[in-house]
Design a protein. Structure first.
Length: 118
């Protein structure tokens, strides 16, 4: 049996995204002045598609505040809907030290939703 996600389903996911955070193996980072980046889907995200998939991705660079203490190492970016963690995206490991600033480049946050799921 195959499932066929409809564009309204993808739009619901898109419109529910509210924030992103930095994670290390499923645990969110912490430290002085660490906070998630608030997301307004219409301003920060876009939906595209091809023959096989829908894609939700960031259409502009996202910036965390400058770290005022060491936040530690991260290897995932978490995507939230409200306070619920919905997705973890694996990224190259990086350590955030005091005075570092983390930027998420355009297209780095990409959720792929197949148009047909068997």
């Amino acid at each position: 049996m195959a499932l066929y996600p409809q564009s309204s389903f993808v739009n619901n996911i898109f419109n529910s995204i509210s924030a992103v955070g930095l994670f290390n193996n499923g645990t969110e980072l912490s430290g002085s002045n660490y906070s998630r980046i608030s997301i307004t889907p219409a301003d920060h995200l876009q939906i595209t598609s091809d023959e096989d998939n829908y894609y939700i991705s960031n259409k502009e660079q996202l910036s965390f505040v400058q770290a005022s203490s060491d936040w530690g190492e991260f290897n995932q970016i978490g995507i939230f809907a409200g306070t619920n963690l919905w997705f973890l995206i694996d990224v190259s490991s990086r350590t955030v030290r005091a005075n570092d600033q983390v930027f998420i480049d355009v297209g780095t946050l990409q959720i792929t939703i197949p148009k047909s799921i068997s």
